[in-house]
Design a protein around this ligand. Structure first.
Ligand code: FAD
Ligand code: FMN
Length: 596
């Protein structure tokens, strides 16, 4: 970047030159985080993003409104910003804050608070929302009887603790005496329309308090006609290539897919995911229709209008897995006691949810349903996300993904994951697939050559391929260290030749491999981290960024535990100090996780 064309004044430029003369890598990393933090506090569009202590005195009659968001993958943030924009269209000025930048002592002075928050992990708050969450649900929360509030909770019904963070925050606000403007809205994966309606309704409520606010949005300039592809308006990408990258002897099937984005204008960054509009396995659709005994072409009313039943099942409803919600609706509709019993026991429910699909319900607890009644039980088929394994700097009009094919057998029936088998089996080269980019601002590669430690198992390696492609394109040979884990060296070393090439060229400095089943003792990535702990801690302590990608249930937990142990041992810290150090890493975005 040329300093010559910077927007800085001469005095600022001089100060910058003084500051950066002889600067150390660690200091650059710190400054990078500092300036990112500053950038996060700058006004965006009509959004006023200011620190609470710097808030201007309220304009006469103006409604004080704070919008707080807690996010991991950025959806709550985008909704908060859109809501703030909508508020501005009604003459309502809002202050919008990420939860990790909110001073909790401000809470007692708030008058109107809108909370938009997702749930992650297994019913946990997103990392950046943790402090606010624990404050709000803890003993120190003040009396909030002067506060009006509403909570928009994002979640996914396929997780057991659906929208738990939003639910807990809603309960805590109510317990502290705050008054709900509207009841909490819990949103599943198809949250967009409901979230928009909630926003309109909550702003209409708020408008009643402010004399000059309009009860409906003021007409603004017509929206741009430029096509922008999104979940609601996906792009039809052509399959350019598809290859299986696990060996014949592997017990896994992982595919590398290359898709064309030509003509779409779509851009993405390493760390983003590709949203794929899934299609259900045709055999399962046929079996469901046969079991229900309905006509496959029967035209039924769906959320998106009238459709033939088989078409609706194939494209629009989730049938390959079960959620609590579906079982609840089935129990209510059928009144079958055995189905109710599943819901009454958490362990039974967990066991039933894993490895069962909608057809199991119909087989095991038969009940006569019409096609329409059946559809009413189901949730919309959500798109599936795949970490992008390419950099646009390298592949330009293409996007690559790395897909593990989900297949298993239960109760004598073969089962196939909806999207992974659609991509791996049913989609052929030259076919089209509907896609969009799912941005992930919380898994980013720095522009400079800051050292990076990349830890991933299985398809968790995908974003690191994008990272190194990006670094090669930018000719950045900064320190980089890859830890990769899978089952067998011979069959599961994904993209082996590419890592070797990066090692030779110097874009990858170190690689450590954990093939769990190549020896008697199981070896996983966390063991490799512990083996290398001295050097690893030096890297981290000198400013390296630690990335973690892949399995959420086991690997993420074990890697984080190993990392804490390393910080404690190598840093000579107590457990508490190590936890604080780790927390600081997360806050400075020097520990970033993309797990699923
Ligand atoms: C941010 C993000 C990034 C991701 N990146 C990738 C990626 O890069 N590559 C990748 O392959 N995936 C990735 N995933 C996962 C991906 O989105 C899908 O969840 C995955 O492909 C499965 O979807 P599916 O439609 O094929 O299976 P589904 O139809 O969703 O079926 C999955 C269900 O099958 C059941 N099941 C699966 N295996 C078994 C078993 N052995 N025994 C019993 N039951 C079983 C479980 O109930 C499971 O919930 C990512 C997910 C997220 C959220
Ligand atoms: C790894 C992972 C874990 C999740 N855990 C839960 C959960 O326990 N409960 C839930 O309701 N949703 C869960 N979700 C779904 C998210 O809340 C949902 O995708 C939400 O739209 C994300 O919003 P955000 O981008 O603002 O973070 C999880 C998603 C991921 C990727």
């Amino acid at each position: 970047m040329s300093i010559k064309f910077s927007p800085l004044t001469e005095v600022q430029l001089k100060a910058l030159q003084q500051l950066t003369t002889g600067i150390q890598q660690e200091q650059i990393t710190w400054l990078n985080g500092y300036f990112q933090g500053l950038a996060g506090s700058v006004a965006v569009g009509s959004t006023t993003e200011v620190r609470p202590e710097e808030q201007p005195a309220e304009a006469a009659g103006a409604l004080p409104l704070t919008i707080l968001y807690g996010t991991h993958t950025g959806r709550s943030e985008a909704l908060a910003k859109a809501l703030s924009q909508k508020a501005a269209e009604r003459n309502i000025k809002s202050v919008i804050k990420p939860m990790d930048d909110y001073k909790t002592k401000q809470l007692k002075d708030e008058k109107n608070l809108l909370v938009i928050v997702s749930t992650h992990g297994e019913g946990e708050p997103p990392e950046m929302a943790e402090d606010f969450y624990f404050f709000l649900t803890g003993k120190r929360v003040p009396k909030l009887d002067g506060l009006n509030y509403s909570v928009l909770a994002l979640g996914d019904k396929s997780y057991k603790l659906f929208c738990q963070t939003g639910v807990d925050m809603n309960q805590a606000l109510s317990k502290a005496g705050a008054k709900p403007l509207l009841p909490i809205l819990k949103c599943d994966v198809d949250y967009e329309d409901d979230a928009e309606k909630w926003g309109e309704a909550v702003l209409a409520e708020l408008a009643k308090q402010q004399p000059n606010a309009s009860s409906a949005p003021v007409q603004t300039a017509a929206k741009s006609e430029v096509a922008s592809y999104s979940k609601k308006n996906p792009f039809a990408a052509t399959v350019l290539d598809k290859v299986q990258i696990t060996g014949r002897d592997s017990d896994k099937e992982v595919y590398h897919l290359e898709l064309s984005l030509e003509g779409s204008g779509i851009t993405y960054e390493p760390g983003d995911a590709l949203g794929v509009i899934a299609q259900n396995p045709p055999q399962l659709v046929d079996d469901i229709i046969a079991t229900l005994g309905v006509i496959d072409q029967e035209v039924v009313e769906t959320r998106i209008g009238k459709l033939p039943f088989n078409e609706a099942l194939k494209h629009h409803y989730e049938v390959t897995l079960l959620t609590r919600d579906v079982i609840e609706k089935y129990a209510e509709k059928t009144g079958i006691e055995a189905v109710k019993a599943i819901l009454e026991d958490d362990k039974k429910l967990d066991d039933y949810l894993y490895g069962h699909d909608v057809l199991d319900l119909l087989h095991e607890f038969p009940f006569k349903l019409t096609a329409t009644e059946f559809l009413e039980l189901l949730r919309p088929l959500p798109p599936r996300l795949y970490s992008i394994s390419s950099s646009q700097e390298a592949v330009e009009d293409e996007v690559h993904i790395t897909v593990s094919r989900v297949r298993y057998e239960n109760k004598g029936r073969k089962r196939y994951g909806a999207c992974s088998t659609f991509l791996a089996d049913r989609l052929q080269i030259d076919d089209e697939v509907l896609i969009y980019i799912d941005k992930n601002p919380n898994f980013r590669l720095p522009q400079n050559g800051t050292p990076i430690i990349m830890v991933g198992a299985g398809t968790g390696i995908a974003p690191y391929r994008a990272f190194l492609q990006q670094r090669e394109s930018a000719e950045l040979k900064g320190k980089s260290w890859l830890f990769f884990g899978e089952r067998h060296f011979a069959s599961d070393f994904l993209y082996q030749l590419e890592w070797q090439k990066y090692l030779q060229k110097g874009f990858l400095e170190k690689i450590d491999l954990a093939f769990s089943r190549d020896q008697k003792e199981k070896v996983y990535v966390q063991h490799k981290l512990l083996e290398q702990q001295k050097e690893l801690f030096e890297w981290i302590n000198n400013g390296a960024i630690f990335y973690l990608c892949g399995d959420m249930k086991y690997m993420a937990r074990d890697v984080q535990a190993a990392l804490l142990e390393i910080i404690q041992t190598q840093g000579g810290m107590t457990e508490e100090q190590a936890k604080a150090y780790f927390k600081k890493l997360k806050k400075e975005k020097r520990f970033m996780a993309d797990v699923y």
